[in-house]
Write a protein that binds this ligand. Structure first.
Ligand code: AFD
Ligand code: MN
Ligand code: MN
Length: 397
């Protein structure tokens, strides 16, 4: 059983915990080998808001939904008014705004890093229009991911592209309103397979610092080489006040976009621990956007999202159980096993009963997944959407 101090730590952690849902996590997605369509998948921003509202209704910690400009607001600013209505109707607000400079044919050789100045300008114009949408929707964060890179040695001038990115990101920063942030995301490879222009946390950090004080780094947990120590990167960015937020997912091999904690829950726990230890040591709340960036290709979209949110709550509250005074003393004295046990004791605690108590105290169900399954919502949207969703499926005999 937990002491009062431990129970309070869990409750305090939950009272301040929010995690943002990705609109694209409710729609049919796939791999480069194709998509397996789901009868109940969302196919419009209306349906994505509705499904996100369902996840927030049962979990209570997902008040915002990240939007992808081209996919969710194809008419740009003209679609913003509709988004506000959807937010009011479904109880979730627009969260971070994701420009899309990686799908259009024009971006075949890159966006901000494209040798063609006209295409670099086209990409910048799109990102600046995304800032306008963010301002219109009251979204603080612009979430920037670039697929830019090259596939073969010698095909692009890496240093020149670095300069073009510095210019482009500086121009984006100049377009930000007061209080807005631009989060620069890095990724070592995919879709580029020889070099990616923003390939690691160091490049993202330097680009963000060059762009201006409202630029921060976005850590996508799937965007690291297998052996990388992500929590060490998190600790450095915290210390530099350059950690803007996360795209959470899990991975076995690469950017697999699996549900949080499905492969390595201890790694997510260690990331949360670094953040909570920073807050304990500094007395400052880390101003971090916790966001999900997953692609539920095969799992049911809404079930997978509820599972993800519940897992994030568990790992975050486990990290809140670390006895920080004891840990600090043991680290100073290099009492290695005892120091490590401060983390392992917290990680091995079953926080689910206390989370259930907290949920019930907030008028939420003790088991959000069960509540969702009992609600009949999945049956209703399947009846509404399956004919449309499965119409394009042709079975191969
Ligand atoms: C893909 C990219 C990157 C980006 C996300 C949403 O790898 O993580 O943040 O799409 O645009 O997962
Ligand atoms: Mn991401
Ligand atoms: Mn990714």
């Amino acid at each position: 059983m937990f002491t009062t101090k431990q129970t309070d730590a869990i409750w305090n952690a939950l009272n301040g915990f929010h995690i943002e849902l990705p609109s694209w996590g409710f729609a049919n997605t796939g791999t480069r080998f194709g998509k397996f369509l789901q009868p109940a998948a969302a196919a419009s921003i209306e349906e994505k808001f509705r499904d996100a509202g369902e996840v927030h209704r049962w979990t209570g910690v997902c008040p915002t939904i990240a939007l992808h400009v081209l996919w969710d607001l194809p008419r740009g600013l003209a679609d913003a008014a509709g988004v506000e209505e959807l937010a009011a109707k479904n109880g979730v607000r627009a969260g971070s705004i994701n420009p899309n400079v990686f799908q259009d044919q024009a971006y075949k050789h890159g966006s901000f890093g494209n040798p063609d100045p006209g295409i670099r300008q086209e990409a910048l114009t799109h990102v600046l229009s995304s800032i306008e949408i963010a301002q219109r929707l009251g979204s603080r964060d612009l979430s920037l991911w670039f697929a830019d890179g090259s596939n073969y040695p010698g095909t692009q001038n890496v240093r020149q592209r670095k300069k073009w990115f510095e210019d482009g990101l500086r121009a984006v920063h100049a377009g930000l309103a007061k209080g807005q942030r631009m989060l620069v995301e890095y990724k070592p490879f995919e879709p580029a397979f020889y070099h990616t222009d923003i390939a690691d946390w160091g490049m993202a950090l330097l680009f963000a610092q060059a762009a201006g004080p409202q630029a921060k780094v976005l850590v996508d947990t799937g965007h690291h080489y297998q052996a990388q120590n992500i929590e060490q990167i998190v600790a450095w960015l915290l210390d530099l006040n350059m950690l803007g937020g996360f795209h959470f997912n899990d991975r076995r091999y690469a950017d697999d976009d699996l549900t949080i904690g499905s492969i390595d829950p201890y790694q997510v726990f260690r990331i949360f621990h670094e953040i909570l230890h920073y807050e304990w040591e500094t007395g400052k709340r880390a101003d971090i956007a916790y966001m999900i960036d997953q692609s539920h290709n095969l799992k049911g979209k809404i079930e997978a999202m509820i599972q993800t949110v519940s897992t994030a709550m568990e790992l975050y509250t486990k990290a809140a159980l670390v006895d920080r005074e004891k840990l600090a003393r043991r680290q100073e004295k290099c009492e290695l096993v005892d120091a490590e046990m401060c983390l392992k004791d917290a990680f091995s605690s079953d926080v689910r009963p206390v989370i259930r108590e907290w949920s019930v105290s907030k008028g939420l169900p003790p088991d959000p997944l069960d509540a969702f399954r009992q609600s009949g919502y999945l049956e209703r949207i399947t009846a509404e959407r399956s004919a449309r969703n499965m119409a394009s499926v042709t079975s191969y005999a």
